[in-house]
Design a protein around this ligand. Structure first.
Ligand code: TNX
Length: 508
């Protein structure tokens, strides 16, 4: 029916797209391998060829000293030894530091009968390649990796997710576990929503009551979300995240969403009277006192201390839903506060409302609106503002999957897996061209989420889809759907609670 050339092309094509393909079946059937192209997020360039590599107990990981950290992580995952130099003729997975194609975070993975070579100019690129490699090792059975080559690099530098630890506190242990999971999909930014009306979750030495009062037991939604990060906890999290090539972005939400701070420090209100603590989920009722210098001394202390403990480039200053602040006051506030972030050496980042401030030309706006037109954002972009795309109706992973979802909210609509996946961050908003988009972020608000299981159930599998939008050059629902179905057993094996969407044929 097909000529030989066509058959070969077809086989190569299928080997690239099918998750579990027996690549070439010689006399004794070769063990099933995971097709090179079945990785999430989809790699840029995949060239399958015959002759895979079988990992055995004798296989070693070879890595130069500078790549030891990432090599050790791979060694732990695959239960293999890491060495500086493998003896000749030893089957090995070699990690190399060296140029690939000059693109940031890129890597090249080559697999043949003799071994695996992973090359990148940076340890971040090697880390990315290691995530790919781990997905290519079959979940069970002989550990044979399909032969061929992958060259891969991201579409956007910022691939993020947000975790709200203000509405319910989540412990450092839970946050670390979540970092482990997000980094498997090459998500490289974790935005922590550290303060809100119901709680304040980060130690600030100059204002101790923020946490002794604002982070006490009884704070949080329904009064069951107490707790906070000490500076030592936070620094430890930053280090842990960095070892997984994840950068922490701290957020202090203001001038709204500040009730917990005002309970702790009543001078942050205009009348000096402490408001009652709040454990409900209403938004838009609190505001810092815009005309008071006390406000700016407070903001500067907080920004300075946050900047000191944050090696990453961004300080997120919130700015959303400031319904208790007049627009004139809002602009006055941003005019004072945006330059403060710059003063402490960081790039200001805020929810898309900050785009209305002319000073936002040096800032990053997080687009959370569900609309595809936003004149203020388009004007700011024309003026230099960069954008992270988090449209609520598509990327808010705190929204229910469908009306039966036990957790989550639904004010932005139901977001099934396909809906979260099938949109383009580079063309989604009028007047926000791809060149102005730094990347994507999937926010996870935690009004209804208490446990790590709750977090995982809402994040997975949607966050894998958003990660692909941030990484891969093109999207293809049918391909993603197939690869996702094949991924399910990996989450199950790690005990990750994920939503078994009826849109996906889950492998068991
Ligand atoms: C809106 S979206 C908020 C948050 C809520 C969230 C719940 C945004 C920038 N602010 O205060 O937690 O909805 O989905």
């Amino acid at each position: 029916m097909y000529g030989r050339r066509m058959r070969t092309r077809l086989a190569v094509f299928l080997a690239g797209v099918l998750p579990l393909t027996v690549v070439a079946a010689p006399a004794q059937a070769a063990p099933p391998t995971v097709a090179l192209g079945s990785v999430i997020p989809a790699p840029v360039d995949v060239r399958p060829s015959g002759g895979g590599f079988r990992i055995t107990a004798r296989t070693v990981i070879e890595a130069p000293a500078a790549a030891r950290g990432v090599a050790e992580q791979l060694g732990e995952a695959l239960r293999l030894r890491v060495v500086g130099h493998a003896p000749p003729r030893t089957g090995k997975i070699a990690l190399e530091l060296g140029k690939v194609n000059g693109k940031p975070e890129s890597y090249r993975l080559t697999v043949d009968k003799r071994g695996v070579t992973l090359r990148s100019a940076t340890t971040a690129g090697l880390f990315n390649g290691v995530q790919t490699l781990q997905q290519l090792v079959p979940v069970s059975g002989p550990r044979t990796i399909a032969g061929g080559e992958i060259i891969d690099y991201p579409r956007f530098g910022y691939r993020g997710t947000m975790l709200d630890i203000a509405r319910h506190f989540h412990t450092p242990g839970e946050i670390k576990r979540h970092i482990d999971e997000i980094s498997k999909f090459k998500v490289n930014y974790l935005h922590l929503h550290l303060s809100d009306d119901q709680g304040w979750r980060i130690q600030i030495d100059s204002r101790p009551r923020l946490t002794t009062v604002g982070g006490a037991a009884g704070t949080g939604v329904d009064g069951v979300g107490g707790g906070f990060l000490t500076k030592a906890d936070y620094r430890d999290l930053v280090r842990y995240a960095a070892s997984r090539h994840v950068t922490i972005v701290p957020e202090i939400d203001m001038p709204g969403h500040v009730n917990a701070a005002q309970v702790a420090y009543p001078e942050l209100t205009c009348d000096g009277v402490a408001p009652p603590p709040r454990t409900d989920t209403a938004v838009g009722y609190s505001s810092l006192c815009i005309g008071s210098e006390t406000t700016y001394r407070f903001v500067e202390d907080v920004v300075r201390e946050l900047a000191e403990m944050t090696p990453g480039p961004f300080i997120h200053i919130g700015g959303d839903e400031a319904h208790a602040t007049t627009q004139a006051d809002y602009l006055t506030f941003q005019k004072r506060v945006l330059p403060l972030v710059t003063k402490y050496g960081k790039t200001a980042y805020g929810w898309n409302e900050i785009a209305a401030a002319p000073e936002a030309n040096v800032a990053v706006a997080q687009f959370w609106s569900s609309a595809t037109q936003n004149p203020a954002v388009a004007a700011a972009v024309a003026n230099g503002t960069k954008v992270i795309m988090s449209p609520a109706n598509l990327a808010y992973i705190d929204q229910k999957y469908d009306p039966t979802t036990r957790l989550g909210l639904s004010w932005a609509g139901y977001i099934e897996v396909r809906k979260a996946y099938d949109w383009d961050p580079g063309t989604h908003v009028t007047g926000v061209p791809e060149s102005a988009v730094l990347g994507v972020e999937a926010p996870l608000w935690s009004e209804t989420l208490r446990s790590l299981d709750d977090i995982e159930y809402m994040a997975w599998p949607r966050l894998a889809g958003i990660a692909e939008l941030g990484w891969s050059p093109a999207r293809d629902w049918e391909s993603f759907r197939t690869r996702l179905g094949a991924y399910g057993p990996r989450w199950a094996a790690r005990g990750v609670d994920f939503y078994r969407s009826p849109q996906i044929d889950w492998a068991s």
